[in-house]
Ligand binder design. Structure first.
Ligand code: 13P
Length: 273
């Protein structure tokens, strides 16, 4: 794909808090991030052309949402049920997330895809439900170390994108973000080399183009996740194919998360018309 043909897209930064924090520390983190990004802390406001979301544990969604007011950042959930209502103990529906003012939801995070062995059909059902709802979706894909070392990274990633989206009507590109998160880079401190991340993002974008069309592929944000820090974010986000990041550990500290969000500001000069 001709990179110069891509339209300006809004950089996207997600902070996935996973199963961390307690209520008081989650609220405090949300308040501090909100104050920093909104300019209430005295510094400059984050450029509003950057989309930022945080994904707290579901029991804290309401309190964290209240702590951030109208944002930034916006509120996201780490998972959703493929069902609407009923006898599904422990699950949380799209409608419930909507009641809590969640705007975003993660689908297919590797800690569910691999860690909990959620099969592709389940992830697809969740993706369908998310796309049918008012939620905006971050669909996560990525290969294991074994798959990368055996030369299967491309087929794995392409297969995950296809099994999630094949046959579905094209979502509005603003309503879906694809996160490339190589399993071997998550929580390990071993960040993918920007060349390798870009190559994987091109595989994803090529597949989106095959499933839909070139315009959809160019307009859809593909972000990188896996040991993103305040120190390596700028180098990653400088790459034309990397539209932002999905951040785990470094999103649990307000200063490092805010620094990562600000590293995305440099993209605006590159990608805006
Ligand atoms: P780390 O940034 O801690 O590697 O986690 C990445 C991730 O899984 C974000 O969803």
């Amino acid at each position: 794909m001709n990179k110069t043909a891509r339209p300006a897209v809004r950089p996207y930064i997600g902070g996935n808090w996973k199963m961390n924090l307690r209520l008081a520390s989650a609220v405090e983190l949300a308040e501090t991030i909100h104050a920093d990004l909104s300019g209430d802390a005295g510094g400059p406001q984050l450029d509003p052309r950057i989309d930022v979301a945080v994904f707290p544990p579901s029991p804290y969604l309401m309190s964290v949402g209240r702590a951030m007011g109208h944002g930034p950042p916006s509120l996201g959930a780490q998972d959703l049920s493929p069902h609407d209502d009923g006898a599904y103990t422990g699950q949380v529906s799209a409608g419930m997330l909507d009641d809590l003012n969640a705007r975003w939801v993660l689908v297919g995070h590797s800690e569910r895809r691999h860690g909990l062995e959620e099969p592709p059909e389940t992830l697809r059902a969740k993706l369908v439900r998310a796309l049918e709802s008012d939620l905006e979706t971050v669909f996560c894909v990525g290969e294991t170390l074994e798959e990368r070392e055996s030369g299967d990274a491309e087929s794995t990633i392409v297969g995950q994108v296809r099994s999630g989206l094949e046959g579905l009507a094209a979502p509005t590109p603003e309503r879906i973000v694809v996160a490339y998160e190589p399993v071997w880079a998550i929580g390990t401190g071993r960040t993918a080399h920007p060349d390798d991340a870009e190559e994987a993002h091109r595989w994803i974008r090529r597949t989106l183009g095959e499933l839909y069309d070139r315009e959809f592929a160019a307009a859809t944000r593909v972000v990188y996740g896996g040991s993103v820090t305040a120190s390596n974010a700028a180098e990653l986000f400088r790459r034309p194919e990397i539209d932002g990041g999905l951040v785990g550990g470094a999103s649990l500290k307000a200063d490092s998360f805010a620094a990562i969000c600000r590293a995305a500001e440099a993209r605006l000069g590159q990608t805006s018309a």
